[in-house]
Design a protein around this ligand. Structure first.
Ligand code: GAP
Length: 514
């Protein structure tokens, strides 16, 4: 499918052409970094959310879910540190007048060095063939070792400078690395400045009495402020978790890469409350559990990696990103953070309400520590969508575009296709559609030749197509076509529901995590 850039363009145009994602307010020329999910996209998005909810909430007897409001008391954001510290370091290029995130400029520079490492590995793989030992190669090849050292030195300096708020050194780093503006090609940079990412809004009708509010930049705080409500009403014992999914808003200045970085997006977060001192064990456990969840989707283990943070957020004592290989390289998909007791203590201080847990076994009260897992639903959508989109050359030299979404997440599970409209086949097919729609999300299509209809279903990722033909009338059998292999089997109509159910339920993926 050509270069990664071409592939990414194909992903974006396919998402629009086949009704997955549209630019928001497109008829008014769109709103940058805001997107709408279309008729096929909303189903896929719902299925991903449901798969996360099932595995996170319903499969853990020590985790419960909530759905807290987007608008919260303004003190929430003072307490959480977002008013003072939820900033991005920005830098402008004086020639192009374009604004960039200074840390992203440096990280992109490092990603280019990573690409050089990948090229060295590829070359060596070709040279050594079967005998190639990648692990050995990356720790012994002088060029690769040099590249890795360079990346590590740069990122550790960036991390330290950001942690110490030394923005002058961040600018110096950009200058020293000879990083140029991708538009102007020049190094004519301004100083680096901090920019707060929260969207403000107002509560109340008159301008004198209105209260300033923020649209939440993360769902987590709705969980922290409800910690005691849930613990008491649910009689929860530590360790336990609270999960939720919902919208979050960030005034991203460098908003690009389609739905990877949006201004309005959805998070799926879980805060796990633990006894202080045990947080590191739980952090390791949740790292493993979340990686297993990703692997359970069957999109290839090599597409994921951990990236431990050099620079820790103001609330964390350990943090890692689960990165995914998007068409534009490995980037953060999910964060796992050990947030200490920071948030609960802050809310306790700012609200004046005690937010402690009484441990009956120890006969003492304490403020629990929190390990959080936080994943962007839209990023997960992009990971699945981009990884699934393939262009295949068939035996007869034609090509087909197919979206090999894991079947249990696909928009439709099955398409019902009468071979022709006449001879009662439409009516028969409609009856089958009406029966199966009770169990699955099913689509019905009787327009055009059946080959074209198969292609349409391939392009939206429907894993099974059922064709009703004249033989169906005689012996009550149908043909069922598999999206990935294109193999068609003739099976009795009676068994078709179980045949599909087996293949499209969450169960087999979920059981990989037990
Ligand atoms: N409560 C912790 C928290 O919000 P984060 O690393 O800022 O941590 C968590 O965000 C996840 O939310 C990210 O890993 C990413 O998947 C998603 N996310 C963050 N900003 C986003 C944006 N602007 N657009 C889409 N997804 C975003």
């Amino acid at each position: 499918m050509g270069t990664n850039e071409d592939k990414f363009k194909r992903v974006i145009s396919h998402a629009k052409e086949y009704g997955f994602i549209f630019q928001s307010s497109e008829i008014y020329d769109g709103l940058s970094a805001v997107y709408d999910y279309a008729q096929n996209g909303v189903e896929l998005k719902n299925n991903i959310r449901q798969y996360w909810w099932k595995s996170m909430v319903q499969m853990h007897d020590d985790i419960v879910g909530i759905d807290s409001a987007i608008l919260m008391h303004p003190k929430t954001w003072k307490a959480s540190g977002h008013v003072d510290a939820f900033n991005d370091p920005l830098i402008d290029n004086k020639d192009s007048k374009k604004r960039y995130r200074a840390d992203v400029l440096v990280e992109d520079y490092c990603a280019k060095i990573e690409n050089k490492i990948d090229k060295e590995i590829l070359k060596a793989k070709k040279r050594f063939g079967e005998k190639f030992d990648k692990e050995q190669f990356v720790i012994t090849n002088p060029r690769v070792v040099g590249y890795k050292e360079k990346i590590s030195t740069i990122l550790s300096r960036l991390g330290k400078s950001l942690e110490n708020e030394d923005l002058e050194d961040v600018k110096n780093l950009i200058i020293e690395l000879d990083i140029v503006c991708p538009i102007a090609g020049s190094k004519n940079w301004t100083d680096v400045k901090q920019f707060n990412l929260m969207f403000g809004t107002k509560l109340g009708a008159s301008s004198d009495t209105a209260t300033d509010l923020y649209l939440r930049p993360e769902t987590a705080q709705g969980i922290f402020v409800n910690f005691l409500n849930v613990q008491k009403s649910g009689r929860m014992k530590i360790p336990f978790g609270i999960a939720q999914t919902g919208k979050a808003f960030r005034n991203e200045i460098v908003a690009r890469q389609f739905i990877f970085r949006m201004r309005e997006f959805e998070q799926m977060e879980m805060q796990f409350f633990v006894k202080p001192g045990t947080q590191n064990d739980w952090y390791q456990k949740w790292k493993d559990t979340r990686m297993k969840w990703h692997i359970s989707l069957g999109m290839g283990e090599d597409n994921y990696r951990f990236h431990d943070h050099e620079k820790l957020a103001h609330y964390a004592d350990a943090a890692t990103d689960i990165e995914f290989k998007f068409p534009f390289g490995f980037k953060e998909l999910e964060g796992v953070h050990s947030r200490t007791d920071f948030d609960l203590k802050q809310h306790q201080e700012f609200s004046g309400k005690k937010l402690q847990y009484f441990d009956h076994e120890l006969n003492e009260s304490y403020t629990p520590c929190v390990v959080e897992t936080s994943i962007g639903l839209d990023r997960m959508f992009l990971a699945i969508f981009s990884n699934s989109l393939c262009e295949e050359t068939l035996e007869n030299n034609t090509t087909r575009t197919v979206l090999k979404i894991p079947s249990f997440l696909s928009t439709y599970k099955v398409a019902i296709l009468p071979l022709v409209k006449k001879d009662g086949l439409s009516e028969l097919a409609r009856n089958i559609y009406n029966e199966l729609k009770l169990e699955f999300n099913v689509t019905y299509d009787e327009k055009d030749a059946v080959g074209r209809r198969y292609r349409r279903q391939d392009a939206i990722g429907t894993p099974y197509c059922i064709t009703i033909d004249h033989q169906t009338k005689e012996d009550s059998t149908i043909t069922i076509r598999d999206r990935d292999t294109m193999v068609q089997d003739r099976i009795p109509l009676k068994g078709v529901e179980n045949y599909i159910k087996d293949k499209v339920s969450f169960n087999s993926a979920l059981s990989k995590m037990l």
